[in-house]
Write a protein that binds this ligand. Structure first.
Ligand code: ZN
Length: 99
């Protein structure tokens, strides 16, 4: 029962070129698997994303995180997070999966 609908909204796919160049990614080892994490410095023009952690807007012009699971096709599941929400995402209680 995922309340987030996994982001399949039928819109255009996320632009894979709208973030920083490769080389700043790192892989983090979480209890639910390895995740690629990219720190975004902010400054991009006014896009809004939905943080899966707190369900509030993430503005692309402030520093935040993009992460996705290091599985085949994982980049299709990229999500923008507030940095703090990413750090405490496992505190949201049992039974949650990725989002
Ligand atoms: Zn958040």
């Amino acid at each position: 029962m995922n309340p987030f609908d996994r982001g399949r909204r039928g819109g255009p796919p996320a632009n894979p070129l709208n973030t920083s160049p490769r080389g700043v990614d790192r892989v983090e080892d979480w209890p639910d698997g390895d995740w690629t994490v990219r720190m975004l410095a902010g400054g991009a023009s006014g896009k809004l994303y939905r943080c899966p952690g707190c369900e509030q807007d993430v503005r692309s012009n402030v520093p935040h995180i993009v992460s996705w699971p290091t599985i085949p096709g994982g980049e299709e599941e990229r999500r923008h997070w507030h940095t703090a929400c990413w750090r405490k995402r496992l505190d949201r209680g049992p039974g949650r999966t990725r989002y």
